[in-house]
Design a protein around this ligand. Structure first.
Ligand code: HOZ
Length: 429
């Protein structure tokens, strides 16, 4: 790490807990101090010391077009010139709602919020309000933001730092959350036999990205749909990561499942703070002011965020080949990484769906949180440092995803694989 980043981190640690505004990015789990970023363009980041990095974090998913995409920047600039927030309805919100409803198959009505956490938290409240039930089912290693009801056996930073149970979450609330093994339909059936009539919703990341990437086994998501219908519980897809990422209409389009509610974020903001939840009209009409389930926000539907998000979605609508191209790039990257690991005599498991993927240092299949935790975190740590030193910026945790953007070209991917070869080779020494 350069001198300026080091100094900033020192100062930040005195002023901000851990020196960061979101825990994982502190780099604690991989034993590195984080580079402080100055600017970004395309698939590159530059830190305050002038070092350039190939970026596979992509702001944890939103930057599907790459950083500082001209049309996105221009849209943000034009709207900002007209004022930054009105706290009153705008045409941009209507356009955004229309774009989401057109692209995400199950969504008939949508409400904009400011983050993925707000989206899932509100969807859970809506599910409870609509069904009149209190229990929810989630899956170990799935992360749905940091609302109290959802921090049980969570992925992302909770998994990275192995936090067993979060102090501050009332036990009486956590009691209503049942956590089960991902891809384990038998467990879900058993739990629903016992609690089904009290379960408001099953919430799932259809393609988990917060225990590293895990692929849903054939029949798992279909089974969740079938079971929730049987018990009149709602099925909530948390597509904050997978929405507009694994396909234009998200995982629900890719796997052909229609959830009752969908949570969105990341890509729909084009890198600005945004979230959304939507679904069947009948359910969404329970929200105030139509119904009594309350949720609100001063900055919800903020014009700048709407402009950045809409400009991003327009590009996705315009470039009909984007997902095919992302698939090809990601295939090139992850097959190259696998070859490089094998060349160094290392066993790795690579999980990937479209342009999100992860490398686990293990020989066993990774299909849930228990198997993800079997991977060798020490090896990941060394691999991570080797990559960062060579200018490749990865999520500083084995329990997060790599993201490929439209701006990653074959030259950059080739460079990444060469860096990985050296980094893998150093693990043996
Ligand atoms: N929890 C997000 C990753 N899955 C965000 C992490 C961050 O921004 O530090």
């Amino acid at each position: 790490m350069g001198e300026k980043s080091r100094e900033l981190f020192q100062k930040a640690k005195e002023l901000i807990p851990g020196g960061v505004n979101s825990p994982v990015r502190a780099g604690k789990a991989v034993g590195v101090n984080p580079p402080f970023i100055d600017r970004a363009e395309g698939c590159f980041l530059w830190d305050v010391d002038g070092n350039r990095y190939i970026d596979y974090v992509c702001s944890w998913g939103p930057m599907i077009l790459g950083h500082a995409f001209p049309e996105v920047i221009d849209a943000v600039r034009q709207v900002a010139l007209k004022g930054t927030s009105y706290g009153a309805p705008t045409g941009l919100e209507v356009e955004m709602a229309q774009a989401i409803i057109e692209m995400v198959p199950s969504v008939e009505m949508v409400r904009m919020v400011n983050s993925g956490t707000e989206a899932t938290m509100s969807a859970i409240r809506l599910a409870r309000g609509f069904t009149g039930r209190e229990k929810i089912i989630k899956f170990e290693g799935c992360y749905h933001g940091h609302a109290d009801s959802l921090l049980v056996s969570a992925g992302s930073g909770v998994a990275t730092f192995a936090i067993p149970g979060c102090p501050g979450v009332p036990a009486a609330l956590a009691e209503h959350t049942i956590s089960l093994g991902f891809n384990n339909l038998a467990e879900v059936r058993k739990a629903m036999e016992k609690w089904g009539s009290d379960v408001a919703a099953i919430i799932v990341e259809p393609v988990p990205g917060n225990m590293g990437v895990v692929v849903p086994e054939g029949g798992f998501l279909e089974g969740l749909r079938e079971i929730t219908l049987k018990y009149d519980s709602l099925l909530i897809f948390d597509e904050v990561i997978s929405g507009f990422r694994v396909s234009r209409g998200g995982a629900q389009e890719l796997y052909g499942i229609s959830p009752d509610l969908t949570c969105l974020g990341k890509i729909i903001g084009g890198g600005l703070p945004v979230g959304a939840y939507g679904g069947k009209k009948e359910i969404m009409l329970s929200m105030a002011p139509e119904g009594d389930v309350y949720q609100a926000g001063t900055l919800s539907g903020n014009p700048i965020a709407m402009a950045g998000g809409l400009a991003t979605m327009r590009q996705i609508q315009k470039n009909t080949n984007i997902y095919k191209q992302l698939e090809e790039k990601s295939q090139l990257l992850f097959s190259g990484l696998e070859r490089a690991a094998h060349k160094a005599g290392l066993s790795v498991v690579i999980n990937r769906v479209g342009s999100m993927g992860s490398i686990f240092f293990t020989e066993e299949e990774v299909k849930d949180f228990a198997s993800a935790k079997q991977s060798d975190c020490e090896k990941f740590k060394k691999f991570y440092s080797g990559m960062l030193e060579q200018g490749v910026y990865l999520a500083p945790s084995p329990f997060e995803a790599w993201f490929v953007s439209a701006a990653h070209d074959s030259e950059v991917i080739k460079m990444t694989i060469e860096c990985a070869e050296r980094s893998f080779a150093s693990l043996g020494s």
